[in-house]
Design a protein. Sequence first.
Length: 429
Amino acid sequence: MRVRLDYGRTGLEVALPESNVVKCFGYRPAPALENLSQVISHRLTEPTGSPPLEDLVRGRSSACVVICDITRPVPNAILLPPILQTLQQGGIRRDRILILVATGLHRPNLGEELVEMLGPEITAQYHIENHHGQNREEHIFLGHSPRGVPIWIDRRYMEADLKITTGLIEPHFMAGFSGGRKLICPGLAHLDTIRVWHGPSFLEHPKARTGCLNGNPVHEENTWIGRRAGCDFIVNVALDEKRRIMEVVAGDMEAAFLEGVQKVRPMVEDTVPEPVDIVVTTAAGYPLDTTFYQSIKGMVAAEPIVKPGGTVILAASLSEGIGSPEFQRLFQEHASLDEFMEKILAPESDYFVMDQWQLEQMAKVRRKARIKVVSDGLPPEVLERLFVEPAQTVETAVAECLAEYGPNATIAVIPKGPYMIAHCQTAVS
């Protein structure tokens, strides 16, 4: 059978032995929205858990509109115009509206990337700035969260009269789902905040996983931080398998987000009867699969359904390489993932390297299964240094696994990787 995987900008078609494939995960059908401007405007005037946006604008002299960075395919050119129009009609001058890119600790988005993210008209007409997560002076300290996270949030956001966040609701491998509160933490948070919130005391919790909100300390804590920072209004979208808008939610940061999650979950969640020997997965294509760092999300998406001792085969373009210099340093400093985990989990350990949380997530997968990576972005000798096995093609990787596990080995395919929530029916929810 032929399956098209999300890979880079073009996709990757692969041939798999049909008799071995027990499941190919895909979005459940949902109609894409039509008359999008009208739908968005309606959500702004009849939001969830909040007064209409036009009511919130009255008496405000400035606004900060927060957007996702390049790693999230949010259709800002469609989403933002009704929001910006409402702000200006309510009396906030265009030169008092800041569009702030919630980079978290990712690199800034500049030049042509901004045009790609926002469209030429918004890029030319509005003031756009990036969050800089390692610059303490650009943040305000708001005290500590219930679990002791020091809260440092972008000063430009905190000083705005009206705080609006936009975003994309999709599965997230630590926080359950993206969107809502995540635009504030980690999107606008300083490194000192993120290093604790993404620390082992949070990530090693069994409920800090994809699709899980109840009891998830990562979700609970950044929701609290978002409330502490303040958020007047959110506008979030959900996308279908062709990245068309299938849902828009707006209003209160928590109520609208949870409404969106309820609509997204049944579209992206599915099961296999029992764990499989081989999982073929991706990092959801561009823009998420441009780095090895982000592509770890695709590995984690496969972990719940792979057998102990099985293999995860990841196809990712890795067109921008490994990731940040700090992330690359982790592979240089540790001979194995076990050595790395021993270091960060040691009692009273003060070891810390930015982005270590991503390697911690990868270690969870490697404790259970091998990982083979297919990519034209990094050569085999580099991939070998990243605690994975390089493979020339998905087909050769599958053939190697069948040779090891036997001709009746079972395969599951997740063409959209981390955008799906894959479970086993035998697992306890």
